[in-house]
Design a protein around this ligand. Structure first.
Ligand code: ADP
Length: 303
């Protein structure tokens, strides 16, 4: 279990993480989702004791990570796969980690096999593709057989076969009762992987709920309507309970009312339509919609 309470990180006058609170439970894959720059890495680094919070707390298994002796037995993490020393072989890298964490040497072979790198064990990491480095990072995270696993953008740089494999691995680790927390800036990466979502934007919590609840928000069909009679359309549809949002000049996105009813009302009130299209919002769109405010704010900032 990971518990984050009012966690805050400021860099000068910039607030990267803003009073963030959420819980990540065992036995499930939880996706940590937010646009680039939302504060995901900063949050993960604070959970892992690599950055000191300006305020609030983060605990793993009820204890701040720094206070865990022999950390790899408690939490396995993959933050930046590119960071590994290039001159070492995969096996040497993992052996060094095992030694300093009091882990049996035989685990090195086991985890290399687990991530499909047994044939590359004696090769130098410098020659690895990003996908292979990701696999090596996953191997390092698994080394101490920890109950909690944290991965920052683990799917980045993996080929389709690797993505398929790592998804299966996350599911299996969760099914074994572990806490699995993975970050991504892409909703599509979560769609077939996560049970729960923690969504942030501009360092703040946007949503924390089962993925299916998040998806349900987007399942209400949207209808794209075009007309020059903006005010009349908005008035009529709003009065009948629909929600009308501008979507460009003379175009609107209507939710909460099917196209056939919109067409009938437009005819009744003599509003000429030049477009009437039903579209189902994808999960990706729900995510973009939900985080849009934070992104707009961000691009409006001078940075
Ligand atoms: P994400 O992982 O969601 O892409 P980050 O946690 O990397 O976001 O960054 C959140 C914000 O904090 C960004 O605006 C970033 O520029 C800023 N930031 C991160 N680390 C530092 C740092 N060491 N010094 C100053 N600003 C930082």
């Amino acid at each position: 279990m990971i518990e984050v309470n009012e966690l805050t990180k400021r860099y000068g006058d910039k607030t990267a993480v803003d009073r963030l609170s959420f819980t990540v439970r065992p036995g499930a894959v939880t996706g940590f989702l937010g646009p680039n720059g939302a504060g995901k890495s900063t949050t993960l680094r604070m959970i892992l004791g690599l950055d000191r919070p300006t305020g609030g707390t983060a605990t793993v298994g009820g204890v701040p990570f720094r206070e865990h002796a022999r950390g790899l037995h408690h939490v396995g993490a993959l933050l930046d796969a590119g960071q590994v020393h290039g001159g070492r072989t995969a096996a040497a890298h993992l052996s060094a980690l095992a030694r300093t964490n009091g882990i049996a040497p035989r685990r090195v072979h086991e985890v290399l096999e687990e991530v499909g790198l047994e044939d590359a064990a004696r090769r130098r990491v410098g020659g690895f593709s990003l996908g292979m480095k990701q696999r090596l990072g996953v191997a390092a995270a698994l080394l101490g057989d920890p109950p909690v696993l944290i991965f920052d953008e683990p799917i980045n740089g993996m080929d389709p076969e690797g993505v398929h494999w790592v998804r299966g691995l996350f599911r299996r680790l969760a099914a074994e009762g572990r806490t699995v927390f993975l970050s991504s800036h892409l909703m599509s990466e979560m769609e077939n992987t996560a049970d729960h979502l923690v969504v942030i934007g501009r360092g703040r919590l946007v949503a924390a709920e089962p993925l299916k609840d998040f998806a349900a928000r987007s399942l209400s069909a949207q209808v794209l309507v075009g007309t020059d009679q903006d005010a009349e359309l908005t008035e009529v549809l709003t009065a009948k309970g629909a929600s009308v949002e501008p979507a460009g000049v003379g175009r609107f996105t209507v939710t909460g009312m099917p196209a056939v009813r919109i067409g009938a009302l437009a005819a009744e009130y003599r509003i000429a339509l030049n477009e009437l299209t039903t579209r189902a919002a994808s999960l990706e769109e729900a995510f973009i919609q939900v985080t849009a405010d934070s992104v707009e704010y961000r691009t409006g900032e001078s940075r």
